[in-house]
Design a protein around this ligand. Structure first.
Ligand code: FEO
Length: 393
């Protein structure tokens, strides 16, 4: 039994095994968090993925007869949160499904059922006994339907996808697992899930900013308690939503015959010698979702690719396609690589980075076949460009 506060219980499901969450690498698994509030009108906030329904119902049953549930709040339709509503309704068929207007539309599209919906908008309240729950729509964090539920009685914000991370654990709070680690996972989650919706996230943060919160219960991973941790988390979300970065350079490359790698390593050496914080990532050995976490706080991305069949490498193209969707803004990109005879491939690299939102201030450094010492030294020309980009902050 996981008690969050008096009469508030975690009733979620833990997936210890999942290692890929629609393209996002989850080396530590994840959880789908559901909560039960026992009050005059027992209420469940969000459910779990369908395959965790039995686990959720077992956890609910440890605290209350599930037939007594009167409200099921669906903060967000995506199937990792509403996927077990049907199974729960088998126990409490008269329960009302509380959701946003878009939530009702989306739930109907998914389940083809006309459930007993209670549609709520921002500022609406729901009395469940001692508690008056308050709803706030936060569209696009993560879908058009998304909303959060606030319980002033408990000072808990049930934030759904916002502030989550993918981490399977028998502990429920960040301070139990390790704050630095969970903040890092929260950053990876933001970079891969929330990043395209910076403006909407800022509106959502402003909307919940005035609330007295001493616990954030998310729908994934670990929860947050304590004013200090919550303030830090919200400040980080503001920073990420504004696309504010650190004075960091990230070099990402793929190599076929080690020529592009030679250039990448020389660039690393030059940036390091310039006294700038820099990270070198071989795309062949790294997951694109981890690279996005590095891009989140890097001001400058230097990206290199060889040429294959007159194109950039498919693996590089996959990262670029992923970035185009996630739209990191306010960052600078420089490009490099080794080609044989089809230098035209680099137009694709450059235009894709621009489409993803990067500023490309200079032409890339491209070398035919194997770079010689002079060509490697010419990479020094990137250093003043990098310094300019870092000073822009
Ligand atoms: Fe965790 Fe957007 O669902």
């Amino acid at each position: 039994m996981y008690k969050m506060k008096e009469n508030v219980f975690w009733t979620g499901g833990i997936d210890w095994d999942v290692r890929n969450f629609h393209g996002y690498s989850t080396p530590f698994g994840t959880t789908y968090n559901s909560y039960l509030i026992i009050d005059d009108k027992p209420t469940v906030i969000d459910t779990v993925k369908k395959y965790c329904a039995e686990e959720m119902i077992r956890r609910i049953s440890e605290n209350i007869d599930p037939s007594k549930i009167e409200y099921i709040i669906s903060n967000h339709t995506e199937m990792d949160h509403s996927g077990a509503i049907e199974e729960l309704l088998e126990y409490c068929p008269n329960a009302e499904i509380v959701c946003s207007p878009k939530g009702a539309e989306e739930l109907k599209r998914h389940f083809k059922k006309d459930w007993n919906f209670k549609i709520v908008k921002s500022g609406d309240t729901l009395n469940i006994g001692k508690r008056e729950l308050v709803f706030q729509q936060i569209p696009m964090v993560h879908w058009p339907d998304s909303m959060v539920t606030y319980s002033p009685h408990d000072k808990i914000l049930f934030s759904n996808d916002a502030f989550g991370q993918h981490y399977a654990s028998s502990e429920r709070f960040a301070d139990e697992v390790g704050l630095d680690f969970i903040f890092k996972e929260a950053a990876k989650y933001y970079a891969n899930i929330v990043l395209p919706y910076g403006n909407q996230t800022l509106k959502a943060l402003d909307a919940v900013g005035g609330l007295d919160i001493d616990m954030i219960c998310t729908s994934h991973g670990i929860n947050w308690r304590g004013k200090e941790n919550i303030t830090k988390l919200i400040e980080l979300y503001y920073k990420w939503a504004r696309h504010e970065t650190d004075n960091k350079v990230l070099i990402v490359y793929y190599t076929m015959w080690r020529s592009t790698e030679k250039m990448a390593r020389k660039l690393y050496e030059l940036v390091e010698l310039a006294g700038i914080q820099v990270k070198l990532v071989n795309l062949k050995e790294s997951h694109i979702s981890d690279i996005m976490a590095d891009i989140l706080d890097s001001k400058v991305l230097i990206m290199g690719s060889p040429v294959l069949n007159s194109r950039i490498l498919p693996e590089v193209a996959a990262l670029l396609m992923y970035m185009k969707g996630l739209k990191p803004k306010g960052r600078t990109a420089l490009t490099f690589g080794s080609y044989g005879w089809a230098r035209i491939a680099y137009k694709e690299l450059e235009s894709s980075l621009q489409e993803a939102g990067f500023n490309l201030p200079v032409d890339g450094a491209y070398v035919q076949f194997v770079p010689d010492d002079a060509e490697l030294e010419e990479l020094k020309s990137f250093i003043p460009i990098i310094k300019d980009a870092l000073q822009d902050d």
